[in-house]
Design a protein around this ligand. Structure first.
Ligand code: ADP
Ligand code: GN1
Ligand code: MG
Length: 352
């Protein structure tokens, strides 16, 4: 990795480079130089992202656009260029990029307080707001049909039919859960196709550990992990945050009794998100926020199950059956949301 780092225009000489963070997709390293400057180095997952130069063009233009508005490297993710002025490095058929480390910040894998979750919602809501006028047509689709839930169902059915690992027979309960909700899966895409919901520039991967908060004040600093910034639905950004952050347990919790969707956290996120970007959203976009939460959770569970059936080739795993464990928490959350549906609707409609 030090050879790679030599190609970037760093402040000082890199003296350490250690694996960092809990992302499921890229290989992330914390780099420290001899003048104590910290950076994030990432080997970009080019098995998942088929056109890395196009992805990097998206990130450079979005971060550049945000920097024009904000001009503070703690509040906008900031790329560090290579010595020859590029935004990424191609080295031995692998792609690398470097970001400024967001200093004096925290990044949470679990909500520690209602206020932290509220603050993360403000960060994602502001992000949505700041990109309202961004020219969406200039963005490449880095993963086609990323939140097209019916298409995720198709991929699941193909994986089920092929059953390359011979795992299908052992997950019949999960398969039944997916198939029983096939009609729901199309609700948001149908509204989009009918022109009732607008496409906006959205983040599409709004996990709590994709936002940085100030270490001392816990105020929102910036949104990170911009690989999937593309045209999408506001309710999906809302929903993916609920999926991960409003859960009372970790995404890979084994004891499903611990996994519920907290209505209090749901309300906190709704307040923060709509407080920051609500005035831009239509009444239908607000009404469909609970559906965004349910479908992002269902879709993510379907993706984990598909990957389990396909032999764990997409999400990084750290133990046997990890993707199945993750799938089960998602389905437990979906079932819990179905039980709490009228309360979720009441909360969002009170903000209309
Ligand atoms: P992945 O796509 O694998 O999730 P991320 O870009 O989200 O990769 O990075 C993984 C983790 O690295 C984040 O959750 C965060 O903890 C940390 N991280 C990434 N970028 C920065 C940054 N600029 N400053 C501080 N921490 C960062
Ligand atoms: C991945 O990259 P990361 O870990 O922030 C995934 C998301 C999933 C999430 C599940 C590009 O997010 O779509 O919702 O895992 N990112 C990509 O935890 O597929
Ligand atoms: Mg991430």
């Amino acid at each position: 990795m030090f050879e790679v780092l030599n190609h970037f225009n760093l402040d000082g000489q890199a003296i350490s480079c250690e694996r960092y963070g809990n992302g499921h997709i890229n290989e992330t390293y914390l780099v420290v130089t001899d003048v104590c400057h910290q950076y994030i180095l990432q080997k970009i997952n080019n098995h998942i992202f088929k056109d890395v130069p196009a992805l990097m063009r998206n990130i450079a233009s979005v971060t550049g656009y945000l920097y024009e508005q904000i001009r503070d490297p703690r509040r906008v993710l900031t790329l560090v260029k290579t010595n020859d002025g590029q935004d990424f490095l191609l080295h031995d058929s692998e792609y690398f990029r470097v970001y400024e480390f967001v200093t004096d910040s925290i990044c949470l894998d679990r909500v520690e307080s209602r206020e932290d979750f509220y603050n993360s919602a403000v960060a994602f809501g502001q992000f949505q707001n700041q990109l309202t006028l961004f020219p969406a047509a200039t963005l490449s689709e880095t993963i086609p049909q990323f939140h097209d839930t019916p298409n995720r169902y198709n991929n699941f059915k193909i994986a089920l039919k092929n059953d390359v690992m011979g795992r299908a027979a052992s997950v019949q309960q999960e398969i039944d859960f997916v198939l029983a909700r096939e009609a729901d899966a199309a609700v948001m895409m149908d509204l989009l196709k009918k022109g009732e919901l607008p496409l906006r520039v959205t983040h599409n991967d709004t996990k709590l550990n994709n936002v940085m908060l100030d270490q001392v004040t816990r105020e929102p600093l910036c949104v990170i992990d911009l690989d999937t910034v593309m045209p999408g639905l506001a309710a999906n950004d809302f929903g993916d945050s609920i999926r991960f952050g409003a859960s009372t347990a970790a995404e890979d919790e084994l004891n499903l009794n611990k996994v519920t969707m907290s209505l209090d956290l749901f309300k906190a996120y709704t307040e923060g998100f709509l407080g920051a970007c609500g005035k831009n959203l239509s009444a239908l976009e607000i009404e469909t926020l609970p559906m965004g939460a349910k479908l992002m959770t269902l879709e993510c569970g379907v993706r984990f199950l598909t990957d389990y059936l396909e032999g764990d080739t997409y999400f990084r795993i750290h133990r046997d059956h990890h993707n199945l464990d993750r799938c089960r928490t998602q389905f437990k959350l979906v079932a819990d949301m179905e039980n709490k549906w009228s309360d979720m609707m009441k909360i969002v409609t009170s903000f209309r």
